[in-house]
Write a new protein. Structure first.
Length: 95
């Protein structure tokens, strides 16, 4: 799981460098009769936000794994793991 998290992090860093390169090439004040395509830049920014959300989820799962080392916090993580199916089902119904 750590390897996936680090891989996603490095992908985000590379995508951000790519976005900066795209933004340097983009003319933000084109003449009124010229079409300026911002789709590739917007898609790259959207992809970064999606990958960051995956890294947040992986980091949260990693945190829960480390909280099981303490007996008192292990009760909390066991409760969350038992309630996970209900939480996912409720999220699926509301969203």
């Amino acid at each position: 799981m750590d390897l996936f998290n680090y891989t996603f992090f490095m992908v985000v860093v590379c995508l951000r460098i790519y976005i900066l390169a795209l933004l340097n090439q983009t003319d933000f004040d084109p003449p009124s009769n010229v079409y300026s395509n911002f789709f590739s830049t917007a898609y790259a920014i959207y992809a970064v936000s999606e990958i960051i959300s995956l890294t947040c989820i992986l980091s949260y799962l990693k945190l829960l794994r480390y909280l099981q080392l303490s007996p008192r916090l292990s009760t909390l993580t066991n409760t969350i793991s038992h309630a996970a199916a209900d939480i996912v089902a409720a999220r699926g119904q509301s969203g």
